[in-house]
Write a protein that binds this ligand. Structure first.
Ligand code: RB5
Length: 148
């Protein structure tokens, strides 16, 4: 199951991504928002991040105007590694190297075609499991513990 969430600036792209994934057979849990009325992106980032760290969802996609606010908020939740990506190279690398569990996108930054390619790349790329990447992720977790 993939969790998805957006703010008012990204409702169009969230709907497109959700329909695209469902057509491909993915199960998607939509945490909102559902209307174009102004909302606060941290509320949706938090819902999606919690769904991922509790194991309710395997991974997540968060979309706002830039992807930046969503990623900042999601990364405050322990265990979340959320990466804003504007290209497929980064989407592949953040799965292979960082084992990112949430992808953030900016509807005002990337066009719809590129956004779907980024999503597909993110969801189909496995973590490499290389020792150096495992060690570096463990260091991110150590920082989380030290700075609680
Ligand atoms: C909303 O105007 C905008 O600030 C938000 O979607 C996002 O880009 C924040 O990082």
């Amino acid at each position: 199951m993939t969790a998805i969430g957006c703010d008012h600036a990204a409702l169009g792209l969230k709907t497109l991504v959700k329909e695209h994934l469902e057509k491909k057979g993915y199960e998607v849990k939509d945490f909102g928002c559902f209307e174009t009325a102004s909302v606060d992106y941290p509320d949706y980032a938090h819902k999606v991040a919690k769904a991922v760290v509790t194991g309710e969802c395997q991974n997540g996609i968060l979309i706002c105007g830039t992807g930046i606010g969503m990623s900042m908020a999601a990364n405050k939740v322990r265990g979340i590694r959320c990466a804003v990506c504007g290209d497929t190279f980064s989407a592949r690398a953040t799965r292979e190297h960082n084992d990112a569990n949430i992808l953030a996108l900016g509807e005002r930054v990337v066009g719809p075609g590129l956004a779907l390619d980024i999503v597909d790349t993110f969801l189909t790329t496995e973590f490499s499991g290389d020792a150096r990447h495992v060690r570096r992720i463990a260091k991110i977790q150590e920082i989380e513990e030290r700075e609680r």
